[in-house]
Write a protein that binds this ligand. Structure first.
Ligand code: NAD
Length: 334
């Protein structure tokens, strides 16, 4: 039996989490879900959006899966997601982006992976006001953080038989910070005998839209990774289907990349696929390859049949109806 920390989140979080748990349990894998909450809804009780017992639970179980959490924009508390990544030193954000048979999207053969550095860059959160004149935000890039993220990307390429690694940067303008990232990227890719190239981030944005099929694994600093991974999600059908993982040396948190979707929260309309796909990544991380495959096949069958789809995918099924259909196929072992 596995112990996994489950943070349902808010907005549509509880609905997609409930669906994910049902689908994982249909595989027969025995998981003890330790449910803890974070975000807006717990502030009144704990005076913080991220109570200590949440972090302790993840430290104990070493593995967590999490629904989306609302973050106030431009004011209020620091993002729970960013705090968790920093507190647990989850230095990798991994997002596989693949076209799904049966889901309408602009491209047919996209199969790329974004490896985003997760702990520094402008997300270090070092900002200050400059009198009444303006504000400054400091971009931090360190050699150690560049080395470990590029090492992770090289290992990923080798372990998953991928063909090429592309480093994304803006070293033509930020010669010191992105220049350091680029130098480390070239040195470590060379040392690992990886087939590699590099690309300036604006060119990467255009090329990913024009020819996403040409890309394989891409590694980049935090901010570019945040933006390009959402861009790539759009290439294959949107945020509702893309999974993500935050991985460190000791802990891993799997999560959907979409937000809390307040416009449809509580309406039984949310598409739970992204969190279910994150659970597939989690099962693989646990070595439960058969269970992961079972869910993958069931998802593919539901999408190809196209009878029971949520509204965002052009159907009219509720979250519960979609989950029922998926569980049926997982249990049948299609
Ligand atoms: P969002 O992803 O919540 O919603 C954007 C649009 O996509 C909405 O129309 C929404 O209805 C739709 N959508 C998103 N997920 C869907 C799903 N699973 N099924 C069907 N439709 C879906 O983005 P937003 O509105 O910019 O953010 C809302 C809140 O979520 C903000 O507070 C933001 O900070 C937070 N957020 C949290 C995370 C996270 O916890 N990982 C990630 C991104 C945003």
């Amino acid at each position: 039996m596995y112990n996994v920390t489950l943070i349902p989140g808010d907005g549509i979080g509880p609905e997609v989490s409930k669906s994910m748990v049902r689908v994982v349990e249909a595989t027969g894998i025995d998981i003890n879900w330790e449910i803890v909450n974070a975000g807006l809804n717990v502030i009144e009780e704990y005076n913080t959006p991220l109570p200590d017992h949440v972090i302790e639970s993840i430290k104990k179980n070493k593995i967590a899966i999490k629904g989306p959490i609302t973050t106030p924009v431009g004011k209020g508390f620091k993002s729970v997601n960013v705090t968790l990544r920093q507190a647990l030193d989850l230095y990798v954000n991994l997002r596989p982006i693949k076209t799904f048979k049966g889901i309408k999207s602009r491209y047919e053969n996209v199969d790329l992976v974004i490896v985003r550095e997760n702990t520094e860059d402008l997300y270090a959160g070092i900002e200050h006001k400059v009198g009444d004149y303006g504000a400054e935000s400091i971009k931090i890039i360190t050699k150690g953080a560049c080395e470990r993220i590029v090492e992770f990307a090289c290992d990923y390429v080798k372990e998953n038989n991928r063909k090429k690694l592309t480093g994304v940067h803006k070293a033509n303008i930020m010669k010191l910070t992105d220049g350091l990232f680029l130098k480390v990227f070239r040195d470590i890719s060379e040392k690992n005998k990886i087939n590699y190239n590099d690309l300036i981030v604006d060119a990467a944005a255009m090329n990913l839209v024009l020819n996403p099929e040409k890309y394989d694994v891409l590694v980049m600093p935090n901010l570019y990774g945040d933006i390009l991974s959402d861009l790539c999600a759009g290439l294959v059908g949107g945020l509702g289907i893309i999974p993500g993982a935050n991985i460190g040396k000791d802990y891993a948190i799997f999560e959907a990349v979409h937000g809390s979707a307040p416009d449809i929260a509580g309406m039984n309309k949310a598409n739970p696929t992204a969190l279910i796909q994150s659970a597939i990544m989690m099962l693989r991380y646990l070595g439960e390859y058969d269970a992961a495959k079972k869910i993958e096949r069931a998802l593919e069958k539901v999408f190809i049949e196209g009878r029971v789809l949520t509204i965002d995918l052009g159907g009219n099924a509720t979250t519960d109806e979609f989950t029922d259909e998926l569980c049926k196929y997982v249990l049948e072992g299609v």
